[in-house]
Design a protein around this ligand. Structure first.
Ligand code: SAH
Length: 344
């Protein structure tokens, strides 16, 4: 029989599980604290639990942890990229970014991805499987333990489409922000999606104060479809309607992500069209000059063009941030550390 993954259980589920087995409910609270607040590496570290209880936990349950395969540290900005191995042998990557306002961890939500965005390295080998809540949490926990520094922000922007792994994602978000766990503020968590429309509406109903980021990348349905196959399933207008509904329901401002690709979406007209979409949504725009990916031939625009694009947005009253990828000296764009590992 498959063992229950205890790190993926909510506190209520954990209490019910232990009660059912004849244990006292307060043991669930202690166990939850060891897993999610003290970030215990294994059950044997949980020293205020009776030895017999710990041994029973070890035989009955699965305690998910990640094995570090490789860590790359940037000399430019202190960014660290981690390559982790899961129990079943798959590898995933996560990134620690150090900003003046605190440490941010970018996590993966799936092993691989099936969305097929043309400029993205993470989707090249397709989707292998969804990550469990415990496997998403452990990326944050492990990095906090390794670095010895508090993780204050989490972005779900690594490999995978979080809204394609919806139930596990929502469970992860609740556990990560739980007041008896690591208690990362929901306002400091961002989930980035390529635009799975029904799940944007669903997420709006979850009563979470997280930031939703939409990967827009193009301002017309035709152009978006060329870059992102998901646009064949959900039209741009439907995605924008869902985002507007998300803002109305949650009051949370959205972020629009826009990867600038030379000669594809970087003209003055593109900037005006982007401003016209962002304005009514009260959205903030994140501009990401496209990162070169070995298997792809997209090129980032020159400095002047990037600068003008940003200025054109600002002239229209749109808040825009230029997001240079951090740690450029360590395996380029997102998903590339994993890809390099798989092809070696
Ligand atoms: N599946 C989610 C999150 C993963 S990627 C999503 O689509 O939003 C996080 C962001 O990086 C997305 O906006 C994605 O489109 C962008 N991205 C992926 N590859 C990129 C590349 N080579 N250059 C620039 N941005 C890229």
């Amino acid at each position: 029989m498959e063992q229950t993954d205890i790190k993926s259980l909510t506190l209520e589920e954990l209490r019910a599980e232990l009660l059912k087995r004849g244990e006292k409910a307060f043991r669930a609270d202690q166990l939850f604290q060891w897993m999610h607040e003290k970030l215990a590496e294994d059950i044997s570290q949980m020293t205020n639990l009776p030895k017999a209880f710990r041994e029973w936990l070890e035989t009955e349950y699965e305690y998910v942890t990640l094995e570090i395969v490789e860590v790359q540290r940037s000399k430019l900005d202190g960014t660290c990229k981690y390559l982790f191995r899961l129990r079943d042998g798959h590898v995933i990557e996560s990134v620690l970014m150090r900003y003046h306002h605190g440490n941010s961890v970018c996590i993966s939500s799936q092993v691989g991805c099936r969305m097929g965005c043309r400029f993205c390295a993470s989707t090249i080998g397709g989707l292998k499987r969804n990550l469990r809540p415990s496997e998403m949490l452990e990326q944050v926990y492990r990095i906090q333990r390794e670095s010895g520094e508090r993780v204050s922000n989490v972005v779900v922007m690594g490999t995978g489409e979080p809204l394609d792994n919806y139930d596990n994602l929502v469970r992860f978000l609740r556990l990560l922000s739980h007041e008896k766990g690591l208690h990362v503020s929901q306002r400091s968590i961002t989930v980035s999606t390529c635009g799975i429309v029904p799940n944007i509406y669903k997420l709006a109903e979850e009563d979470l104060a997280i930031t939703l980021a939409l990967s827009l990348h193009a301002t017309t349905q035709e152009k978006r479809r060329e870059l992102m196959p998901v646009a064949n399933r959900y039209e741009l207008s439907e995605v924008l309607d869902a985002c507007a509904a998300y803002f109305r329901k949650t009051g949370r401002r959205l972020t629009l992500e826009y990867s600038l690709v030379s000669g594809v979406n970087d003209s003055r007209e593109d900037a005006s069209a982007l401003a016209a979409l962002a304005g009514p949504l009260h959205a903030h725009v994140n501009l990401i000059p496209v990162n070169p990916v070995t298997e792809r031939d997209f090129v980032e625009p020159g400095e002047k063009i990037i600068d003008n694009f940003k200025k054109n947005l600002e002239k229209c009253g749109i808040n825009a941030t230029l997001r240079r990828e951090m740690g450029r000296d360590i395996d380029g764009a997102c998903g590339q550390l994993r890809r390099k590992y798989l092809s070696d």
